[in-house]
Design a protein around this ligand. Sequence first.
Ligand code: KPL
Length: 305
Amino acid sequence: MAKLHIVGAGAIGSLIAAGAEKHGVAYARYPKPHSTIPETVKWNDSDIVSLSAPASTPSCLCQDDVLVLPLKVYQLKHALLAWSSYLENRPPLVLLHNGLGGDEIATSVLGENYPILLATTSHGALKEPDGKTATYTGLGKTQIGLPRRGDMARNDKHLPWVQEASALLNTALPPVDLVDDITRALWQKLAINCVINPLTALNNMRNGGVLLKEYDEIRHALCREFAIVAEQYGLVFSVQELEKNVLSVASLTAQNYSSMHQDIAMDRHTEIDAINGYIVSLANKKGISVPTHALMVDRVKGLVL
Ligand code: KPL
């Protein structure tokens, strides 16, 4: 029976584990040593799902298993180096994180031909302050797909390993949409994070604060610079479309605190390098100036100094 191997002790990983537990999918969890890992998840129907104890030593994974990495981009390299010796059967990896840059890290550790899927989720989950419980705060969906590679054929998503890995995740935590162009979906999500995350962290406000008139100008500048950089990398977005998506997510999640707001509030490392920092580094490679994204990076880094 194919098994989901879930790395880390975060809220989304716990949600996937709870879905696997509820729906009869075999799974194992691998938190970092000494981290507090949720033992139960409060499901969205108030059911309390008890999770299996962490598996301390990973055994060699089977080819039809799936290794899910719901980690921050800055944690990925270390995790993949630690896992690489258990991956000789080449089970597929699923990278699930905010921001971009994870695929480059994974291919630098495992090589261009390693079977990798990229995913983004809009399910809401949060780890309670005691660290021992997580709560499923909002039903969403997960989009998954193959990273763009030069030789990619349109029907690659019909490859058996791609279908099987996404079906396994869909059984655990539906709905999972296997999409033709995950890169575009990830950039769309990146634009949302580039605006909501730094503005909420810098101004100590909930996501709904981004809707205020006083942020019109900066929202627009961030979306405009984003669209210019994206176009240089073959992704065409209209500034209006990006702003509309930002406003829609800010209003749907108006009462929530963004992950970057939470990271700052809890004195944790932020994901700014994989979000606005990713845009700045791509812009630099093309000689484009993105002063508003660069300002966000500097100011967020200033908050944690
Ligand atoms: O992904 C998010 C985050 O907080 O990181 C958003 C979409 C902004 C929702 O809070």
